[in-house]
Design a protein around this ligand. Structure first.
Ligand SMILES: Cc1cc2nc3c(=O)[nH]c(=O)nc-3n(C[C@H](O)[C@H](O)[C@H](O)COP(=O)(O)OP(=O)(O)OC[C@H]3O[C@@H](n4cnc5c(N)ncnc54)[C@H](O)[C@@H]3O)c2cc1C
Length: 429
């Protein structure tokens, strides 16, 4: 059997990050990616938080094909018939070094694959791995078509569903309740239109999240990110929330309905659809992170459940890149010691535990449970918009004092036993 130092299953950001680290150390590394090119099958909403990973491969980020730094944050709470938008334009987001950038995976992943190959790594595309080869308790390589390829270490970077790894018992089968489903369109718009529509200075970008009616009150939300000359527009909905909904609805129709909303129609007007995608997202949090290493293997990125939806921030790409980086370091060290057993690779999990990856997931451990409460997507967006609607209304009768309106609204919608209990539970997040 042909053998290399390390095989990587999947050429997304996690797999490529690991490959870049290993190739930089001079190890023989082979990435096997089923897509026509890296980035062809990869979906994200669109914003990479660079701050947590700036010191990881610092030489890469100056030339990375980012779209726009995010300088404007917007969040819209959508009630039935009224919505409230909060907009934050902060100098600290508008000043370099920028904390986050919008990205297009078809460009970013392809570029990272090129960097891997420049360092001497192999990226084999249009090839599907059919099986992870296991001998006893040890992963010894992969089968792709008629080829068996051996490796001292196999890095599993196959993404969210983990079909190959669950088949050989390295992680659980994916469950609907731990996942959301995302639909996304990329709509081309001239850069000047983007800047005018989102009140941006040249080159700057906006990130806009939506909660509430946009998912018909189900767990999830909408997103809109501005790229250089396109916008990424999409919707994410919890798989269980969809399945358990009494009035059945085809999930993909949520995106069409989103585009038709009066708040969204003017934002997407004139846009040309250039890409449509759908993808699952891990949302189980740290409780669903599988065993991260064993004899001859490591798990990285979405395949290891390393993603975090914290309502106002959605992260996965920074975790993918960081986990790939720490995986590469662990493999290089294990190889230099000649010990690629579980004991030899254990440093990988220790590195993740002392980095932001597992620390942030641990901090957010209660979020998946809190997000199961449908009132977060029904009652609260409605209550906030309802209260503001009252404050802005001048009717035919003499007005109340502002404070009386506020106190009345807060008492009605926020000061009852149920809401107080929910708000108390939210202290954990
Ligand atoms: C709608 C949506 C919105 C999101 N928004 C954000 C966001 O704004 N910010 C953020 O940071 N994160 C976001 N995420 C999460 C983020 O996109 C992921 O966490 C990230 O893409 C994970 O990267 P990965 O390399 O682990 O997995 P992937 O990018 O999924 O890569 C896995 C790769 O493995 C390949 N593969 C799978 N099986 C095989 C096989 N058998 N043989 C060969 N190749 C195989 C696939 O083709 C793919 O290229 C979002 C995700 C979605 C779906």
């Amino acid at each position: 059997m042909e053998k290399v130092d390390c095989i990587i299953v999947g050429g997304g950001l996690a797999g490529l990050s690991a490959a870049y680290g290993l190739a930089s150390e001079g190890l023989e590394v082979m990435v096997v990616e089923r897509g026509d090119y890296s980035g062809a099958k990869n979906v994200t909403g669109g914003r990479l938080y660079l701050s947590p990973i700036r010191d990881i491969y610092p030489e890469l980020w100056e030339s990375a094909p980012f779209e726009r730094p995010v300088t404007r944050e917007l969040v819209t709470l959508m009630g039935d018939g009224a919505s409230t938008t909060l907009e934050l334009a902060s100098d600290c987001f508008a000043t370099a070094p920028y904390q986050s950038y919008t990205v297009l995976r078809a460009r970013l992943d392809q570029w990272l694959a090129d960097q891997v190959m420049e360092k001497g790594g192999m990226v084999i595309t249009k090839n599907r791995v059919d099986e992870i080869l296991v001998e006893g308790s040890k992963v010894i390589g992969i089968r792709a078509g008629a080829d068996d390829i051996g490796a001292d270490v196999t890095i599993i970077a196959e993404g969210v569903l983990g079909l190959l790894s669950s088949k050989v018992g390295l992680r659980e089968e994916p469950l609907a309740r731990d996942h959301a489903l995302g639909y996304k369109e990329i709509l081309e718009l001239p850069s000047s239109v983007i800047q005018d529509r989102w009140h941006l200075n040249e080159g700057e970008g906006a990130a806009h999240l939506f909660m509430g009616e946009v998912t018909k009150g189900m767990m999830g939300g909408g997103f809109l990110y501005t790229n250089k000359d396109s916008i990424s527009l999409g919707i994410v909905v919890g798989m269980s929330a969809m399945r358990e909904r009494k009035e059945k609805i085809e999930s993909h129709t949520l995106l069409d309905a989103f585009k038709e909303l009066p708040q969204i129609r003017p934002l997407v007007e004139g846009g040309t659809l250039v890409e449509y995608s759908a993808h699952a997202i891990p949302e189980g949090g740290i409780a669903k992170v599988p065993k991260l290493f064993g004899d001859g293997y490591l798990m990285v990125g979405d395949a290891a459940g390393l993603a975090l939806n914290a309502l106002l921030t959605v992260r996965g790409m920074d975790f993918a890149i960081a986990s790939g980086f720490y995986a590469a370091r662990a493999v290089a060290d294990a190889k230099s010691r000649g010990d690629c057993s579980a004991a030899g690779l254990a440093q990988y999990e220790q590195s993740l535990r002392s980095s932001f990856v597992l620390k942030d997931l641990e901090t957010a451990k209660d979020i998946p449970h809190i997000m199961e409460n449908p009132r977060l997507f029904t009652h609260y967006p409605q209550a906030v918009s309802g209260l503001l609607e009252k404050l802005y209304t001048i009717g035919p009768h003499p007005s109340q004092k502002l404070s009386s309106t506020v106190i009345g609204g807060v008492r009605k919608d926020f000061m009852n036993a149920r809401t107080l209990k929910e708000l108390y539970a939210m202290r954990k997040i």
